[in-house]
Design a protein around this ligand. Structure first.
Ligand code: ZN
Length: 296
């Protein structure tokens, strides 16, 4: 028995697990179980630092992962965080949904802003963080990616629409507010650039708006329902690049955690929910998740 314990202690040291204490870990008992040491050591990559190794272990040992992404996963793709202190939304007063519907002047202002925002979004490509998420979906471990982003980069990375839940809609196309028909942005921008022509639906003459959820617009019911279900049925909930301040979206990690799932948060800054997380890393998403899933 002494030999076994001594061996475990040596393995811990070799893997650098003692350094975990620098982070907020509530899995201490589990980490130091024989099962964990054997399993982690088998998969251990000498290039992996202890925190990445722990994320790798949590992913390996989970059966059903739900991923929740925010603006932080897309910054490496060149899409600015509009909510950041220097972001567009902190400089301009948001246009309320009711004002958009009621006033053609407001609609013009909205399309003017949309064209500016779109310059960053149009040429953006998925980065290593998106690719790692796509790999987890492809492997079957992750069924649902809940996203606060409107950039459509999870789709571009190869994840099917049925596996993506968009809480704030999608900014890469527009829809008719009356009949829901999809309209592409290219022709809308062209007509607006030419003489400020506002788009109308070719099927019903309704008002056409970017397919995002605006301020003053209610959250999409179906997306909220699916997000809640997905939070309740997972055994590992991973937050990537969200400061978890925008509710009701920020409630999903708590729902998952209080239902028994383990919670991982990877975000550049600290979040209010780091305290309930089993692992909270303030690091670059692509690097840590890419290393943990062996995706370049
Ligand atoms: Zn229509």
């Amino acid at each position: 028995m002494h030999f076994v314990l001594a061996t475990i202690a040596l393995l811990h040291k070799a893997c650098g697990f003692s350094q975990f204490s620098e982070y907020r870990i509530s899995l201490a008992d589990d980490i130091f179980s024989i099962k964990h040491v054997v399993s982690s050591f088998r998969n251990y990559n000498l290039e992996m630092d202890p925190y990445t190794a722990k994320l790798h272990y949590l992913i390996q040992s989970s059966r059903r992962i739900t991923i929740f992404t925010g603006a932080g996963i897309s910054t490496k793709s060149g899409i600015p965080d509009f909510r950041s202190p220097n972001g567009l939304w902190s400089k301009l007063k948001p246009i309320q949904y009711q004002d958009f519907v009621a006033s053609s002047e407001m609609r013009k202002e909205a399309w003017r802003r949309k064209i500016v925002i779109d310059e960053d979004m149009r040429n953006a490509l998925p980065n290593r963080g998106h690719r790692a998420v796509a790999e987890l979906v492809k492997s079957g471990k992750c069924q649902n990616v809940i996203t606060q982003n409107i950039d459509g980069l999870h789709q571009v990375s190869g994840i099917l629409e049925k596996n993506i839940i968009e809480l704030h809609g999608n900014g890469t196309y527009a829809t008719c507010l009356e009949c829901g028909l999809r309209h592409e942005l290219g022709p809308i921008f062209e007509a607006f650039d030419r003489d400020n022509t506002l788009p109308v639906c070719r099927r019903c003459n309704g008002i056409v708006k970017a397919a995002t959820i605006s301020f003053g617009q209610s959250m999409p019911e179906e997306a909220m329902r699916r997000s809640e279900e997905s939070s309740l049925e997972c055994d590992l909930f991973i937050v990537l690049g969200s400061s978890l301040v925008v509710f009701p979206a920020a409630a999903f990690p708590k729902i998952a955690k209080s239902n028994g799932a383990l919670l991982v948060i990877v975000n550049h800054e600290e979040t209010d929910q780091d305290g309930i997380a089993d692992l909270a890393l303030h690091r670059e998403i692509g690097q840590v998740l890419g290393d943990a899933t062996n995706v370049d």
